[in-house]
Design a protein around this ligand. Structure first.
Ligand code: GDP
Ligand code: ZN
Length: 314
């Protein structure tokens, strides 16, 4: 029987079978995955084969290849990693222009990580109601920038009534039938948004709010929350980005879409766009085809790379 792993609590995995049952499952024997040294061989989002036993529980006998997955390194030195989620269709990055301020550097690092993992991102600008005139104008400019690069942007107000122009109801069609990772800085409104999207029977968001109130941000296990319109959201409290990823300099360029586009005209094909003659990226920057904020984010990630730092990709 094929199923989707929707929850992991230590040694038990909750598997939603293709015929709609929810079955508590365990891994059979010594189950190891090729190529990944992970503290959890199976994560939420994995498609597995299970063998159901007489007690109504099951053994996981097989795992299907993943189209992508996000990991967290257990520590900088350890080669062990923890798989947070597999087979994401997209990520929603919840941002707020203010209360709290989300920096463009944070957005760009998240986007670069998402490009590296080939996960499409929708930028969701929340707390529209709290912005003054200047902040609204600034938000519009930020949205224009990211739309011009090719990212979908939506403005919402998570605390608004249903009929508001910024209602989170407009997120539903974007979520339907997909597996979506919900990300963003603490305080931007992730729990509020998830809470509104889920049917009342789901108690999970209450736990999340509690976690926030006590200032604790460590949750070892992720969970997929089923949406009424089909699809799932993955909430990973305490995890803000795509984790560490190791990339070479040329690759970094390709994670900034518009910079990559111009880099094809650079004189040297290993151009880092910092000092080289004939650099089409710096020319585009001067002519304002590339935003300074984007170029600065690129430089800051390049610098991490130079210092050979293991950095969180956000
Ligand atoms: P999280 O840390 O990202 O999960 O953020 P929360 O969902 O806990 O929200 C943080 C605070 O912002 C809470 O007090 C929410 O009520 C408030 N909040 C969330 N969305 C909005 C919004 O659109 N407008 C306003 N004014 N407050 C909001
Ligand atoms: Zn260049």
């Amino acid at each position: 029987m094929r199923g989707l792993v929707i929850k992991n609590t230590g040694s038990w995995y909750t598997v939603k079978t293709d015929d709609g049952r929810t079955i508590e499952s365990k891994i059979k024997g010594n189950f190891r995955l090729k190529g990944i040294r992970s503290t959890n061989p199976i994560s939420v989002g994995d498609y597995v084969q299970i063998i159901i036993n007489q007690e109504g529980t099951a053994f996981i006998s097989e795992i299907e290849d993943r189209k992508n997955y996000i990991i967290r390194k257990s520590s900088n030195l350890s080669k062990q990693s923890h798989i947070i989620a597999a087979n994401l269709d997209q990520a929603f990055l919840i941002v707020t222009i203010n209360y709290p301020e989300t920096s463009t550097t944070f957005i760009d690092r998240f986007l670069a990580g998402a490009e590296a993992y080939r996960v499409p991102v929708v930028l969701v600008f929340n707390k529209h109601d709290l912005l003054n005139e200047d902040e609204r104008r600034y938000q519009e400019a930020v949205i224009k920038l990211y739309e011009s690069i090719g990212y979908k942007c939506v403005t919402v107000q998570a605390t608004a009534e249903i009929d508001s122009e910024e209602s989170i109801e407009k997120l539903r069609p974007l979520l339907a039938g997909k597996v979506t990772l919900m990300s963003g800085n603490s305080g931007v409104g992730k729990s509020t948004i998830i809470n509104k999207l889920l049917p009342n029977v789901n108690l999970r968001t209450a736990e999340i709010s509690d976690t926030h109130n006590t200032g604790m941000h460590t949750t070892t296990f992720s969970e997929m929350l089923e949406l009424p319109e089909g699809g799932y959201v993955i909430d990973t409290p305490g995890i803000k980005g795509f984790g560490t990823f190791d990339i070479d300099k040329e690759e970094l360029t390709s994670y900034f879409r518009e910079i990559f586009k111009f880099s094809e005209s650079c004189r040297f094909n290993n151009c880092t766009h910092t000092h080289e003659p004939g650099c089409a990226v710096r020319k585009a920057l001067e002519e304002h085809y590339i935003a300074e904020s984007r170029y600065n984010s690129y430089l800051s990630m390049l610098e991490d790379k130079d210092e050979n730092k293991y950095r969180e990709a956000f």
